[in-house]
Design a protein around this ligand. Structure first.
Ligand code: SAM
Length: 417
């Protein structure tokens, strides 16, 4: 059966109405004429799994990636960037119940500073859309940039010479599992982290990547399909460095860093613009991304974070930048004396704020809250509660993840008078 895509849903799939039924079709654009062949019901929606685009819409733009449409990484490369931003704005506006503009990413290709490439019997690349077992073979990733080509070519040469086995996820067998490539875009430093099962890595492995700043070998001894493990060895530098504006951060294979370096510059600048007063609490501080940037601008910063390794990294980052921001291990719900800070900066994981923290904020009433979020749904839920005592001064989206439906948001909330 055939139909025309009317618009995209908030997951980036085209909506086609045929015979009173609404189908959601991936990788299509408004105006496409689509032949729907197979579908499955998922959470009360009909998701099309087999289809043909009979006539392409005029609004389509050519994707830069040769694997687009099969690879699970990007959903929207065929949609003009202005329309991608409009969709993200629609998504944020829906969850926050107000108009929210989304600022573009300064680059929409070559912006990602990290990719986790699956090494599997199914292929060397990214997971095929809709599967957890299969992978699309890639030679490079345009969203990461040229150096992915170099690393994957070196890896294939190493594999050609030494014939190590690839991981079979169904059987939990095989040696090579992931190669994680990270790049400090502003510093030009490259990290390669090979993640394997237990086994022997040929001594010659690092010789194949002699252009990288840092080469790691990590071992994942579990069945979990994760791209990190216990660090077995490293060659070259222990860390690579990335610079956001005038602050330099260290990156380690087992530490988080904002994945779009260009967008992250805008993010830290925006947070610095929104905070008030002198004393700042950076809660969920991670490796100190916001805290150190703020300390460099003269704010007095205390960071709290649950992960001891991230705190260690934040302290190293503070030393590296010559600032005296204080970072400690702690949990969101246990933070005391919120009102002694002029501004609290919150950047929680996708689950949002702990309910106890929300109650504490409402009770102790710090004057200004700057809330950074990568999940509009939990942000919207937390905001509803905070509006009891706070009003929104600024609500803004930032596109950190071009070609996907993910969007980062920043809210500035002021205590009502
Ligand atoms: C979205 S990341 C933000 C990291 C940091 N702001 C950055 O940009 O590098 C969320 C952080 O919250 C931390 N976290 C998760 N649960 C927490 C909790 N209950 N209390 C404190 N920190 C927590 C995670 O370890 C992670 O570093």
């Amino acid at each position: 059966m055939r139909g025309i895509v009317e618009k995209l849903d908030l997951d980036g799939m085209g909506i086609v109405k045929v015979e009173n039924r609404e189908f959601h079709v991936p990788f299509t654009a408004p105006g496409d004429e689509v032949e729907v062949k197979k579908w499955r019901r998922k959470k009360r929606r009909l998701i099309v799994t087999d289809f043909e685009v009979v006539e392409e819409s005029d609004i389509r733009v050519p994707p830069e990636c040769p694997y687009f449409g099969r690879c699970g990484g990007c959903a929207l490369q065929h949609i003009p960037y202005s329309e991608q931003l409009r969709l993200k704005s629609e998504k944020l506006s829906k969850y926050l119940d107000m108009e929210v503009e989304v600022l573009p990413s300064p680059r929409i290709y070559g912006h990602r500073n990290r990719i986790d490439v699956v090494l599997s019997t199914g292929g060397i690349g990214f997971r095929r859309r809709g599967t957890w077992w299969d992978a699309v073979d890639i030679e490079w990733c345009p969203v990461f940039g040229e150096s992915s080509k170099k690393v994957l070519k070196s890896l294939r040469e190493f594999m050609g010479d030494f014939k190590p086995s690839l991981y079979n996820i169904r059987e939990n067998s095989g040696f090579l599992r992931y190669i994680v490539i990270r790049e400090g875009k502003f510093m030009g430093e490259l990290m390669v982290n090979l993640v394997t099962s237990e086994g022997q890595l040929p001594e010659e492995f690092p010789d194949y990547f002699d252009y990288a700043t840092s080469i790691y070998w990590s071992v994942n001894r579990t069945k979990s399909d994760v791209s990190y493990g216990d660090i077995e060895r490293f060659w070259g530098s222990e860390f690579i460095r990335e610079r956001l504006d005038d602050v330099v951060y260290l990156i380690h294979p087992n530490s988080f860093f904002q994945t779009n370096s260009y967008g992250a510059v805008n993010l830290v600048k925006k947070v610095a613009e929104l905070v008030e007063g002198e004393r700042i609490l950076d809660l969920y501080s991670g490796v100190g991304t916001f805290g150190i940037y703020l300390a460099k601008r003269g704010f007095s910063v205390e960071g709290v974070e649950i992960n001891p390794f991230a705190v260690e990294m934040a302290r190293k980052n503070a030393d590296l930048n010559g600032v005296d921001a204080v970072f400690r291990v702690g949990e969101d719900r246990d933070v005391e004396n919120l009102a002694t800070y002029d501004t609290i900066v919150l950047d929680p994981p996708r689950a949002g704020l702990h309910p106890k923290l929300v109650r504490k904020i409402l009770k102790e009433q710090p004057k200004t809250v700057v809330y950074v979020s990568c999940n509009p749904a939990t942000l919207g839920g937390n905001l509803k509660k905070l509006l009891e005592k706070y009003e929104v001064e600024t609500a803004l989206g930032l596109d950190m993840f071009p070609h996907t439906l993910h969007v980062e948001a920043i809210l500035k909330l002021n205590l009502k008078v």
